[in-house]
Design a protein around this ligand. Structure first.
Ligand code: GDP
Ligand code: MG
Length: 182
């Protein structure tokens, strides 16, 4: 964590998950309050910033978007180092995107190489819960929460970037857990 002049905490957050799960959409919803149906593959990595208050602390989240289809190594481990939180995203309607979470999780730890990997903060987002009123779900909330427990009680949020459901709450939680890494 770094501090600017007014002791505003700058927190580096990396968003990971398979291509198409809604990583870019969640960030656009959170930071710009907008949503697009159009799919535009993210190239490489890019960040957006969002200023918020957590309790009485001024915080800037620097949220890094990544292209899920790229091989993990392509960004280089320097990119992941110094992260304060890793947000994992899957699509509740696509089983495969849930099954790859362990790989994203483990690869992140390998690349970021945090001092205390066992307590490094992750947050899991199960996105696109709006689709078909939840009738096309491939992963139950229970199953997702079990995975979170198995990885050391990762906070879990079910979200819809499209309907703006739970997105602010999820990123507030991201800021809270990221603040704990000092
Ligand atoms: P990324 O590859 O993980 O960055 O995924 P995108 O954010 O580009 O989203 C992939 C596609 O899913 C786009 O067509 C989005 O409009 C759509 N999408 C993203 N989030 C949601 C959501 O919450 N609900 C629905 N119905 N579609 C979504
Ligand atoms: Mg993207």
């Amino acid at each position: 964590m770094e501090f600017s002049s007014r002791r505003r905490a700058l927190l580096k957050v990396i968003v990971l998950g398979d291509s198409g799960v809604g990583k870019t959409s969640l960030m656009n919803r959170y930071v710009y309050k907008k949503f697009s149906q159009q799919y535009k593959a993210t190239i490489g990595a890019d960040f957006v910033t969002k200023e918020l208050q957590v309790d009485d602390k001024d915080v800037t989240l620097q949220i890094w978007d990544t292209a899920g289809q790229e091989r993990f190594q392509s960004l280089g481990s320097a990119f992941y180092r110094g992260s304060d939180c890793c947000v994992l995203v899957y699509d509740v309607n696509v089983l495969r995107t849930f099954e790859t979470l362990t790989n994203w999780h483990d690869e992140f730890l390998k690349q970021a190489d945090p001092v205390h990997p066992d307590v490094f903060p992750f947050v899991l987002l199960g996105n696109k819960i709006d689709i078909d009123g939840g009738n096309s779900r491939a992963v139950s909330e229970k199953k997702a929460r079990e995975w979170c427990s198995s990885k050391g009680d990762i906070p879990y949020f079910e979200t819809s970037a499209k309907e703006d459901y739970n997105v602010d709450d999820a990123f507030l939680s991201v800021a809270k857990v990221a603040l704990q890494t000092d």
